[in-house]
Write a protein that binds this ligand. Structure first.
Ligand code: CP3
Length: 341
């Protein structure tokens, strides 16, 4: 079906657009009262993720409520480790937790990977098909995955962490095992994302949420190499690489085989432009906390952001929106972009 609003797709493909497109990372979630109501009636987060018609419903909620230029499929990056054999739990108010973790090569040998693992995620593909149908071409639909390094970090650490020192220790002490796991994750992610495109995803975003905790040399060896392989393996949709806090990798992303470079809020627009050039499509990068400001300040800062990137820009935050962000702030942000000319 032809898209009625294809602004994001055109911008991602490098076209000059009448205004920048806008959406928010984590827009489908707790900022919306309709999400909180539905979520509260269920057994937990995973029920929502694994029930395709409910995942489709919360994917569309921000399109209805905020009038953003894209929908992002409601899911989680941790469905990949689970499909490979490492199940996760989402502990209320704490976040992800893995009852079993990866510590040795034999733990890795027990995992399944590639197409065989990806096929297990039929509930995600079904959610995409339902969403696509219900959106009826209103806006493009974004599919996503964590990067191999970010997923390895959770699989070895077993939960969120400030330092991910167990996961980093694994890279220093068992580099061969790490590469083996990263290869298996890459194969699974490529199969998974191509299936997502087949099921209706119009664009793909890769989240390297923990990219910035690696040293620059480690980043090259354990993350960027695999992201490149994935970008080269995805067919039929533009790809955004969002490497959080990995500002040191910007020179590598200049000519990287992806369409859009996602930027976190610590990266000054001019700094990014100097390295990436004027025509590289960038996405970001307002501080999520600026949405706690008053309406006037939000409007001014949003206009300034658009001005600073000077085109080839997809407006977004520099990371996911925080759950307690006032909806009025989010709306002021979106509406300022939409009225930009
Ligand atoms: O962006 C969207 O609107 C789509 C949905 C989405 C979720 N997770 C839903 C979610 C996306 C794109 C993700 C990706 C994700 N998940 C990342 C990468 C992006 C990033 O934030 O860096 C990561 C690291 C995860 C792992 C994860 N899932 C964590 C650390 C948590 C707990 C933190 C929290 O906010 O509570 C989750 C849970 C999660 N994933 C929620 C949502 C809406 C909150 C769960 C709830 O409803 O209770």
């Amino acid at each position: 079906m032809k898209l009625k609003n294809d602004l994001l797709l055109r911008a991602a493909n490098g076209e000059v657009t009448e205004r920048p497109p806008v959406w928010l990372m984590r827009q489908a979630g707790r900022i919306l009262p309709q999400y909180r109501a539905l979520r509260g009636s269920l057994s937990g987060f995973k029920e929502l993720v694994e029930t395709p018609h409910l995942a489709a419903e919360v994917t569309i909620q921000p399109v209805d409520e905020l009038d953003v230029d894209a929908a992002i499929i409601f899911s989680d990056i941790l469905v990949i480790p689970e499909a490979m054999g490492l199940t996760y739990e989402m502990v209320e108010k704490k976040g992800p937790w893995f009852p079993n973790t990866i510590q040795t090569v034999s733990d890795i040998d027990r995992l399944i990977s590639g197409e065989k693992a990806a096929k297990d995620l039929e509930y995600v593909f079904e959610a995409l098909r339902i969403t696509k149908k219900e959106l009826a071409g209103r806006v493009p639909l974004i599919g996503f995955s964590g990067t191999p390094w970010t997923l390895l970090a959770y699989m070895v650490e077993g939960s969120g962490s400030k330092t991910f020192s167990k996961a980093k220790k694994f890279l220093y002490t068992q580099p061969e095992a790490a590469h083996r796991l990263l290869d298996m994750l890459s194969d699974t992610i490529i199969a998974y994302l191509n299936m997502k495109v087949e099921a209706g995803a119009d664009l793909i975003q890769l989240f390297d949420s923990w990219g910035g905790i690696l040293s620059p040399t480690q980043y090259q060896e354990f993350s960027l190499k695999y992201i490149r392989k994935i970008c080269e393996g995805i067919q039929g949709a533009p790809v955004t690489v969002f490497a959080k806090n990995a500002w040191f990798a910007l020179p590598d992303l200049k000519d990287f085989p992806c369409n859009v470079v996602g930027l976190d809020w610590n990266t000054p627009p001019q700094y990014a432009r100097n390295i990436l050039g004027e025509k590289r499509v960038v996405q970001g990068n307002a501080d999520p906390c600026f949405l706690y400001s008053n309406t006037k300040d939000i409007e001014n800062a949003t206009r300034q952001l658009i001005h600073d990137f000077a085109g080839h820009h997809i407006v977004n935050l520099g990371h996911g929106v925080y759950p307690d962000t006032p909806l009025d702030g989010v709306k002021a942000f979106v509406n300022t972009v939409k009225s930009f000319s």
